[in-house]
Design a protein around this ligand. Structure first.
Ligand SMILES: [Zn+2]
Length: 288
């Protein structure tokens, strides 16, 4: 658990099932646990990777976002064959750059079985651009590593279409960000997990969050941004708390802070709006 997390000793936090970085990770197959690989906005740092999460299902692990550093974090805990699917909320580099690392590993030195990769509708051409940049034509297995590694599927972001993944059902919603961005709502067993993606407040986010057991919400800006940046699409901790309260979620997980040192203050500001359990995302944190 990070210093930031331990610096927020409010009694309510103990209601969430949060554990420090596990000595011996629970084996794949433990259902209904959200695990944080990395939570940094923008870039990895000494405290951990950029954005990435694992959902444990009874059919294996689903990765949500592939920010830089998350593949190393994953492989330090789990074997590659524990993965069943990748879901990427949007293609900004802090959420997607390790797709290229996965694709290289998936095509060299051995070719591994392709896995589903879900991205927002409108983003599939950008995934193909990865291959144009990083494909290796002189190696037969790596001339288009992304398309050779993944079965690409566009998420419709319509708030209704249910996508069946190993061990989970997924519905995607239109978030509000500078690029196509999908808020995600998973059902794993009898639990629901919503990921905001990077987004401003918008109807799709509200629909995705409504009644979720766990709401992983970005809180990029501690304070309101400059007026010229408000159209970009991010939230403050106070906004995350408001949305959590008005959506009736169970546990709020604050993530994607632009400055990790603002963790305690971010939790404090969210708590002014939301009186349920609040967890600060950090590598190794788990929420049931
Ligand atoms: Zn981001």
């Amino acid at each position: 658990m990070s210093d930031d997390t331990s610096a927020t000793p409010t009694p309510d936090d103990t209601r969430a099932a949060v554990a420090p970085r596990p000595e011996a990770p629970e084996a794949p197959g433990v259902t209904g646990i959200l695990e944080v690989l990395g939570a940094n906005a923008t870039a990895p740092n000494a405290a951990g990777p950029a954005s990435g999460y694992v959902l444990h299902t009874d059919e294996g692990l689903v990765l949500v976002d592939a920010g830089p550093g998350t593949m190393a974090a994953f492989t330090s805990r789990y074997p590659l064959d524990a993965i069943r699917a990748f879901v990427v909320t949007h293609l900004h580099a802090d959420h997607s750059l390790d797709l290229m690392a996965w694709a290289y590993r998936w095509t060299f030195p051995q070719v591994l079985p392709p896995l589903p990769l879900l991205v927002p509708e409108g983003a599939t051409a950008s995934v193909a651009a990865f291959d144009a940049l990083f494909g290796i034509p002189t190696l037969s297995t790596m001339n288009a590593p992304v398309s050779q590694s993944f079965v690409l599927e566009a998420m419709p972001m319509d708030g209704t279409t249910s996508i069946r993944l190993p061990g989970a059902e997924l519905v995607s919603f239109a978030a509000r960000h500078a690029v196509p961005s999908a808020a995600l709502r998973f059902r794993v067993g009898d639990r629901s997990y919503t990921f905001s993606s990077d987004t401003g407040d918008c109807p799709g986010l509200r629909d995705a969050a409504r009644g979720a057991d766990v709401f992983v919400c970005e809180a990029t800006w501690l304070d309101e941004p400059a007026p010229e940046d408000r159209g970009h699409g991010h939230l403050t901790p106070a906004e995350a708390g408001t949305i959590a309260a008005e959506s009736g979620v169970g546990t709020l997980v604050l993530t994607h802070l632009s400055r990790p040192e603002d963790g305690a203050e971010s939790v404090r500001r969210a708590r002014e709006r939301f009186d349920g359990p609040i967890v600060l995302a950090a590598p190794g944190v788990r929420v049931a």
